[in-house]
Design a protein around this ligand. Sequence first.
Ligand SMILES: Nc1nc2c(c(=O)[nH]1)N[C@H]1C(S)=C(S)[C@@H](COP(=O)(O)OP(=O)(O)OC[C@H]3O[C@@H](n4cnc5c(=O)[nH]c(N)nc54)[C@H](O)[C@@H]3O)O[C@H]1N2
Ligand SMILES: Nc1nc2c(c(=O)[nH]1)N[C@H]1C(S)=C(S)[C@@H](COP(=O)(O)OP(=O)(O)OC[C@H]3O[C@@H](n4cnc5c(=O)[nH]c(N)nc54)[C@H](O)[C@@H]3O)O[C@H]1N2
Ligand SMILES: [Mo]
Length: 787
Amino acid sequence: MSSEQKIEFYKGPAGGWGALRSVTNALLRQDIPIKGAKTLLSANQPDGFDCPGCAWPDRNHASTFEFCENGVKAVAAEATARRAGPELFAKHTVAELAEQSDFWLEDQGRLTHPMAYDAASDKYVPIEWDDAFARIARHLNALPDPDQAIFYTSGRASNEAAFLYQLFVREYGTNNFPDCSNMCHEPSGSGMRPQIGVGKGTVTLDDFEKADAIFIFGQNPGTNHPRMLGELRAASKRGARIVSFNPLRERGLERFADPQDKLEMATLGSTPISTHYFQLRVGGDFSAIKGMMKHVIEREDEAVARGEPSVLDHEFIAEHTTGFEALAADLRAEPWDVLVRESGLSEEQIRAAADVYLGAKSVIACWGMGITQHQHSVATIQMIGNLLMMRGNMGREGAGACPVRGHSNVQGDRTMGIWEKPPAALLDRLQKVFGFEPPRRNGVDTVEAIQSMLDGKGRVFFALGGNFAAATPDTYQTWKALKQCELTVHVTTKLNRSHVIHGREALILPCLGRTEIDMQAGGQQGVTVEDSMSMVHISMGINPPASEHLLSEPAIVARLAAATIGARSSTPWLWLVEDYARIRDKIEAVFDDFKDFNARVAHPGGFRLRNTASERVWNTASKKAVFFTHAVPLDTPSHRARARFAKKGDTIVFTLLTTRSHDQYNTTIYGMDDRYRGVFGQRRVVFINKEDIRALGMKDGDWVDIQTVWNDGQERRADRFKLVAYDIPRGNIAAYYPETNPLVPLSAVAENAGTPTSKSIPVVLVPHELPIQKLAEDEADGMVAAA
Ligand SMILES: Nc1nc2c(c(=O)[nH]1)N[C@H]1C(S)=C(S)[C@@H](COP(=O)(O)OP(=O)(O)OC[C@H]3O[C@@H](n4cnc5c(=O)[nH]c(N)nc54)[C@H](O)[C@@H]3O)O[C@H]1N2
Ligand SMILES: Nc1nc2c(c(=O)[nH]1)N[C@H]1C(S)=C(S)[C@@H](COP(=O)(O)OP(=O)(O)OC[C@H]3O[C@@H](n4cnc5c(=O)[nH]c(N)nc54)[C@H](O)[C@@H]3O)O[C@H]1N2
Ligand SMILES: [Mo]
């Protein structure tokens, strides 16, 4: 499976022929015949499936499948010809499976039968669906308190599945809805709601056509949202400024060859993407943005002094906002040297970025995980909002906020009520429409769920998709938490770590993927999803199911609900899933924005949900948009760790960011290459500045162990990583997730959002002691299974 191990810096553009070659390999790897591939890739979207790759919207949803390398990898991974049936489980004990790497587990193929853990043989054995539901129901109904059950969701679940799920769980009696969003864009919602009254992005693709400047903070679209490069390329071609902030030089933000463009491909041409690239310090965005605003205020003060036209949008500020004067005063008082030191950029660089902002009539700001996974993420996001609003770049054509979501329906799941802190209005409406008393207590988020299981309160863990054991922080604590449960259940498509790190009883419930035909009593069903720009559309599978024993996610939820609360619930669970249009009618009854849902979603391309901020209607407490004033964060874990070691002389504390390679989808590892970063055949690498390697007294290619610097006396380490000299600011290092999750302390979370701070972990590097021979062996079978 793996290519030869090497580090070879990549000079070409992102996309291009490399992307096409990679697609062919992805299809071959999954044993998908070329004929099958053709149907997959020519799927006509109005009656085809929505790509499970990412949440970036389609330019023309009513047209054919837009080519995207990593979209094809996601589709191929689901459409694989391989099967992980009962024979696989008969052959291996769970202890043996747990020895395998994450790559190996998923590589066994699609799960075909519901399976139950048998403690006597330490094996998973087949179970009938009805028996599985009865078993879960028995556990749930035996819990003295419904808050002892935890219901996780990953962002691939459709609106229909998510809606039924939240309904069932609330009627059962808890708001314990940890979800992948808690680890992802939670701070975006937490920051934006009090600021502009909505927790979602305000722009559409049309705005991308009209923006004069696009700022991209902490995002790697070349790998994670490849179709976004098409928009950036078009913007670049018409002369828009594109300004990237990233500690790493990401190839996709520099140059792109569009596989859609025959001329560019034939001539080996490419288009530059970023006009400006600022390699700031990890976590330095807050100070960089504050510095940009300080420059804007300085220019404004100069303009006023000289009697020149204002550089601010005073009309917008006066009519639509509060808090501006306090912010302006704070900016005037902020010393440049603090902003320079904390951002890792020079004053000139910050002013240059701000001049691009000042020179643009319409500005869009995009951001990803490089912004959301820090202690001060919420404040940073509000700084982005402040910056946009100073010149009225909110709720206006060509301008606005663009948090770029991850999972293809993570935004829709939240819209449907997958939220541990449900608004009272949602609960009131559920009560009215479904006639039960929903729980009013907030539930647990992802980190709180782990804590609850560790404390012995959380006793039943149920997951609708995802890979909780690998995606979450503090891996060994999380594993301990899951193992303490009396029952763990996973609705899933493929075998993963979460199935082999299990509770005393455990079930694997295999479901249909989005590419597959979903037949119910009422005929073939489609589901709906919402992308990162609030577009809702239908998705119809086109492939035969991977196994005749699979159930759809809505069917699994409905049958579980019927088994658990059927006797006391007045909701016709089984009737609802006969025809998903019935579920959509219920969604419409609960959410006003889904008026005429079935009719509107039948329209090719679907419809856009109302976004009040984009209409300059502000659903905040003051009914205005809010400028927030925040002090520069000087007490982050990295600050504290550096202060602690300052006295000890030669110990270097690094800030570690954990990120995705080009060959993975979150915890799903497709292969061992990270083409654009020049890493091949391996994943256990640390990107580090060559001066730092020298300061450590080591050399490029040496092996190190990584240890977290934390305050609870607990040792956190991840062993055997190869140093790779890289273009990254000193004092910062980068490595791949999930291998580095044992390093993220459970207690390291974003303020006011609870998101694990997986982009800024204070660590030290120590030489690794194992003989090199052994290392080479471990590397050869991919990710070393963490024992
Ligand atoms: N192929 C593929 N597509 C995916 C995914 C996948 O794993 N594979 N995952 C999906 C999901 S769930 C999500 S959330 C998205 C994730 O997509 P992204 O948001 O792009 O996530 P990451 O790859 O974690 O890292 C983002 C970037 O942040 C930079 N960065 C790190 N720390 C900082 C910082 O402090 N400041 C700044 N300015 N930059 C920083 C990193 O160098 C990296 O370039 O992609 C989605 N799409
Ligand atoms: N250190 C570190 N940790 C991180 C991050 C990071 O950047 N650094 N990123 C965080 C982010 S942004 C996210 S979103 C989370 C991701 O967390 P999760 O969403 O929990 O993880 P995934 O890896 O996306 O889940 C993959 C599994 O989903 C299952 N699956 C795939 N398709 C389907 C389907 O259609 N239905 C069902 N039921 N199951 C399906 C497969 O079994 C597969 O093994 O990880 C977070 N963890
Ligand atoms: Mo995500």
